[in-house]
Write a protein that binds this ligand. Structure first.
Ligand code: SAH
Ligand code: SF4
Length: 358
């Protein structure tokens, strides 16, 4: 259905209003919302507490997931990578985006019992960080709210397991797709739906200052992570071009504002790149930058991307970097590598499937 209304684009109040305009009482909008997010309906036909007429009407006027599963790959460590085909745009171009389901806990039989879901917000990325696979091919487009939300729904339906956490750390810069991502987060947060609390959704940004300021004012119901990767302006500008127009000192001020307003720590992500930002003086600069900032640091081992000129430091160096920060009293975590064998780890997304599909 070309012109069908995408229900996953709608927040609950919007859905209630829309169905009201189509002639249904208020409670029907909420009922449909429950079917979408609590009961995981795959079709309008399953929504058995709606009248037969309404179900028929919805089938002709509305649509559920806009995503088509293109490929599903499972890693030896239980990580599952989903490749979704997006609907074609006005020029008839389609694109592929990825999401990843990462097992975080296992039951007595060793089967995953809890997952973190990692979502994409754009097909490609305009930030072009030097170390990241997503920024390599040409930027294609922003995802719609429905395309962001439907990644979660699709993974939940496929795996049959609800997840406890969502991280917006897949392909794209979420703040560069501000409105659609914000709405998607409000939908995931809605207590009448998936009911994911603020601490269970983390959004990661490369640090677009204006957008972060707006994000604080708009009070997105999520936690904030910032990709720092260096506390040295010259090094950061080299590996993250956006640092030139979004400098570190202003970024720090904004992060402080966030921690004051929300009373939550900000997470700083720091990929360790061999001979680029992994020296003892880099750790010192990071510690100095974090002084008086309510934060925790996630150290990330660099995941290799073919054609990009970066390497991961030795394990010894990684641990020494962590210890140096710990010795200064910082909260530091070393992220476990997941899904590397299927290129589903951070920064590897989008490399194998760069060409657009027709
Ligand atoms: N655009 C956002 C969110 C997506 S990237 C951002 O940059 O924060 C999610 C995380 O993966 C970021 O911290 C990013 O810097 C990191 N990342 C990118 N390429 C990586 C690579 N090759 N190895 C490890 N982490 C990488
Ligand atoms: Fe974009 Fe994030 Fe990759 Fe940078 S690290 S290119 S901001 S997806």
């Amino acid at each position: 259905m070309e012109n069908a209304v995408q229900f996953y684009d709608y927040t609950r109040p919007e859905l209630v209003r829309l169905l009201g305009e189509w002639g249904s009482p208020r409670h029907v909008g909420t009922q449909v919302f429950h079917w979408l997010y609590r009961k995981h309906a795959r079709s309008f036909g399953e929504m058995t507490d709606l009248s037969r007429e309404l179900r028929g009407e919805l089938e002709t006027k509305a649509a559920l997931s806009p995503l088509k599963l293109h490929t599903r790959q499972a890693s030896q460590d239980g990580t599952v990578k989903y490749l979704w085909q997006l609907p074609s745009d006005a020029k008839g171009q389609s694109a592929l985006v990825e999401s990843v389901l990462i097992p975080m806990a296992r039951d007595e039989e060793g089967e995953p019992s809890r997952y973190t879901a990692c979502l994409s917000t754009q097909a490609g990325c305009r930030m072009k960080c030097a170390f990241c696979a997503t920024g390599v091919p040409k930027f294609q487009r922003n995802l719609t709210t429905a395309e962001i939300v439907a990644q979660i729904i699709g993974m939940e339906q496929d795996s049959g397991t609800p997840f406890n956490n969502v991280v917006v750390m897949g392909m794209g810069e979420p703040m560069d797709n501000y409105e659609n991502t914000q709405k998607a987060m409000r939908i995931l947060h809605d207590p009448e739906g998936l009911n994911l609390g603020r601490r269970r959704i983390t959004i990661s940004t490369s640090g677009l200052l204006e957008h972060i300021d707006r994000f604080i004012k708009d009070d997105w119901p999520v936690s904030l992570a910032v990709s720092l990767h260096s506390a040295d302006p010259e090094i950061r500008s080299r590996i993250m071009p956006i640092n030139r127009s979004n400098p570190l000192d202003k970024l720090r001020k904004l992060m402080r504002k966030y921690t004051f307003v929300r009373r939550l720590p900000v997470t700083l992500e720091y990929i360790l790149l061999k001979d680029v930002n992994d020296r003892p003086e880099d750790a010192d600069k990071l510690a100095a930058y974090c002084k008086d900032l309510l934060c925790k640091v996630n150290l990330i081992r660099y995941n290799p991307v073919p054609t990009l000129p970066f390497d991961s430091p030795t394990e010894e160096k990684v641990l020494a970097f962590r210890e140096q920060l710990k010795a200064k009293g910082m909260r530091v975590f070393l992220r476990e590598r997941k899904g590397v064998d299927i290129a589903a780890a951070c920064g590897q997304l989008g490399f194998e499937n760069t060409p657009a599909v027709k």
